[in-house]
Design a protein around this ligand. Structure first.
Ligand code: ME8
Length: 526
């Protein structure tokens, strides 16, 4: 049995409702979690919300509600988004959960016991929007609306000068260990471009990190310093441990968070520094194992433009899912955007991709094949003799479903895996055109049956292979085909006995229903 796998999304700030970037990350992690479960692995998948910090406190104040009320309202929207998008999380972790306060205090105490914490006064720049400290040298000069000179963070967010009493973490002690980690385990941080940026950042010299705040109180209390709350990133990162039961080392923690374990954090490119520098340093300090990989995916842009409330182009992912279908949205995001690079989306792009690949190619293949079996063979399956064309097609499908797609998904190259799958779908459609089973009905009914049965087998394999991406639609096709719901993992692709079992059980196909309706092009821009 292969080792257990722990997959996490970043936990989102619930200072507003979820946007498509949140949906994208949840979907990518869900595809991966489903894929590995279908490979027979024991997977634990966690997502959640990051509810403390100044950004939450300020947003709540502006709205005239308590931070807890804002967190409750918005966190539930993130959970609803996950449920509606078929995200198969095992745990939805909220950072206001008392168990999370305990876990954050435990890691704090472990870092203190190591001698890595000291108190001092922080003086420097802080961006509330990023919840991040920046060095003077990182700031960009810009012009404010009133024409005055202002300073911005490298992410383009406003920074403010902050002076307060604070606890510090000796991050400066961990530069060499981090460089060694990047050098000896290049797979720890991907894609490579992000690793290069982080190596440069560490080589530039690390300064100790201010890890508590005294100017507000919306956070996890620092043990022994009641007027301090933890810097929100200290508690946020700890969510990955809370959900496993830390500081209780038995149970899920012992199973999923191990020295030789497989722990994968999937996050966006803007928060790579927190995950690949601060987090491993905290963990080393607390004598805890490090994640095996941090992957920084790209950003989704609305028609090529950055999403922003002021531009008014922030799209509700559930509105897209309602308009075009959950599986269609999931498919578009995984197939059309190269994981690790930025990608653009629009209603038209979703409709075009879903229609071309799902409705016209795969859906049409399934629908016309199953319809011909229903009409021309009374919905009954039969055993048959394969000729070289049939064997060739089955080989193309097997290569795509058993080798290429799994290889690419394992490497987080979702779009490349889907491309390989689509090539097999094209090969099937080409085979239908070449074999023209409708013309064989009178001239050679046995050959017609062989062609339709070959396609039936191919469609089952293609449906199983793409299940992590379009789970509901793939299952709807497999249900119609009488494929046992318990035998829909990748191992099933190595076993052909399912077909003879179906034949001998006298399985009867009903009038098939299309799994992928053709979508209408939206009339006005969405
Ligand atoms: O950063 N496209 O929360 P968040 C793709 N609470 N991904 C995007 C995106 C976009 N346009 N915009 C944001 C936080 N994301 C912290 C994380 S983890 C211990 C704490 C991604 O709500 C972003 O990169 O701002 C991050 O991975 C996730 O959405 C949550 O972003």
């Amino acid at each position: 049995m292969s080792q257990p796998l722990y997959i996490t999304t970043a936990i989102s700030y619930p200072n507003g409702p979820p946007h498509i970037g949140h949906a994208y990350e949840a979907i990518a992690c869900d595809v991966l979690a489903r894929f590995h479960r279908m490979q027979g692995r024991d997977v634990r998948f966690q997502t959640g919300t990051d509810e403390h910090g100044l950004k939450m406190a300020q947003t709540a104040e502006k709205k005239g509600v308590s931070p807890q009320a804002l967190a409750d309202e918005m966190s539930s929207k993130f959970k609803v988004m996950c449920d509606e998008l078929n995200i198969s999380y095992d745990n939805f972790q909220r950072t206001t959960d008392p168990a999370h306060h305990r876990a954050s205090q435990a890691i704090w105490q472990a870092m203190a016991a190591k001698g890595d914490l000291y108190s001092d006064t922080y003086e420097g720049w802080y961006s509330v929007r990023d919840e991040a400290y920046y060095d003077e040298s990182e700031l960009i000069d810009a012009e404010g609306e009133d024409g005055k000179k202002i300073r911005l963070s490298p992410q383009g967010t406003p920074v403010e000068w902050t002076v307060e009493e604070s606890w510090f973490f000796r991050l400066s002690n961990y530069g060499d260990a981090l460089l060694k980690l990047f050098r000896e385990n290049p797979e720890f941080l991907e894609p490579e471009s992000r690793r290069n940026e982080m190596v440069k950042f560490v080589e530039g010299g690390l300064r100790d990190l201010s890890i508590s705040r005294t100017s507000f109180d919306w956070g996890v209390k620092v043990p022994g310093s009641d007027n301090h709350v933890m810097y929100v990133w200290v508690d946020a990162l700890t969510n990955y441990l809370t959900g496993l039961g830390y500081p209780d080392m038995d149970g899920n923690f012992g199973k999923y968070w191990r020295e030789d374990g497989d722990m994968l954090h999937i996050i966006g490119k803007d928060i790579v520094r927190f995950h690949s520098i601060y987090w491993p340093a905290f963990l080393m300090s607390a004598n805890l194992p490090l994640p095996s990989k941090v992957f920084g995916h790209g950003f989704l842009l609305n028609r090529g433009e950055k999403m922003s409330k002021s531009v008014g182009n922030v799209v509700d992912p559930l509105a897209l899912a309602n308009a075009f279908g959950v599986d269609q949205l999931r498919y578009f995001l995984m197939a059309d955007v190269v994981f690790g690079k930025d990608g653009s989306y629009s209603a038209e792009a979703i409709v075009t991709k879903a229609n071309a690949d799902l409705a016209n190619s795969f859906g049409n293949l399934a629908q016309r094949t199953l319809s011909m079996i229903f009409k021309n063979m009374d919905g009954a399956l039969t055993s048959f003799e394969s000729n070289v064309d049939d064997t060739r097609l089955r080989q193309i499908v097997a290569d795509a479903c058993k080798i290429e797609l799994p290889r690419e998904f394992t490497a987080l190259n979702f779009s490349a895996g889907i491309d390989a799958w689509m090539r097999a779908v094209f090969a099937c459609n080409q085979y239908v055109d070449d074999q023209a089973p409708w013309a064989l009905k009178k001239s050679d009914p046995d050959r017609m049956k062989a062609v339709l049965m070959t396609l039936f087998m191919a469609i089952r394999d293609l449906s199983i292979a793409i299940r992590p991406v379009v789970p509901a639609a793939a299952d709807a096709i497999l249900d119609q085909m009488g494929v046992d719901a318990e035998v829909r993992g990748y191992a099933a692709l190595d076993d052909e006995s399912w077909f003879s079992d179906l034949v001998s059980s006298n399985f009867q196909l009903n009038q098939p229903k299309g799994a992928f309706p053709r979508l209408e092009m939206p009339t006005s821009g969405e």
